[in-house]
Design a protein around this ligand. Sequence first.
Ligand SMILES: Cc1ncc(COP(=O)(O)O)c(C=O)c1O
Length: 246
Amino acid sequence: MTPLADLTGSLNLGQGFPDWSPPSFLLDAVDAPPPGTPAAEPLLHQYSRSKGDPLLVRTIAEQYSPRLFPSAPHAIDPLANVLVTVGASHALSLGIGALCGPGDEAVLIEPAFDCYTGAVLVAGATPVYVPLRPRPGVATRTSADFKLDVHELAAAMTPRTRLLVLNSPHNPTGKVFSRGELQAIARVLDDWPHVAVLSDEVYEHMTFNPELPHVSFASLSEDAFARTISMYVSRVGGRLSGRKGG
Ligand SMILES: Cc1ncc(COP(=O)(O)O)c(C=O)c1O
């Protein structure tokens, strides 16, 4: 409401803006404010920005822009592309709820983190499962031996598909999808321009094979970036969206 009021030059009577300072014992008890901002400034003590504190979203954008786009290190707009949530489960349910509804289908890769199905069902949409299949004839299997058959993925897509949920590094197998595997998924999506991707990358730092580094789906191309909401997590959780995702 407040950004809309700012945009239209209106007065927002729905939200209080205290113009007096909190008691000094409270100010003394909290951490020092950012340099150059006097703690006694009453206009500092307001509701915070609900999409994420400006300092925090700016820091997240600075961290992730070069990681996602080494050639365009400022590609992520902190105010338009970053949303801070209360943990990744919150980001998941917001993302899935925003993108799918009754009559829609969401493609999930099985086995999957258990929150995905619940969030899809709560949104009123239908989960459609595509399995990761263990490679046959391998004596000692590693997580890399679980493969997604892109033909099975292509067969699961229908005009009702709104969302594909990706998760790499993967819970529960630990599989790290290679760049080639992600590119093959992207090629399937070329036929489905209206399908969004929710890319759960909360284990981005948990890779153990230097030859198989974490690759963000959104970093593959302009198209992948535009259709993807990438989810990362710190203790409180953060989410970055593609340009379309908002
Ligand atoms: C793949 C995956 N995504 C998301 C989450 C949820 O993270 P959070 O605890 O921040 O809600 C988990 C937690 O186990 C997870 O394994």
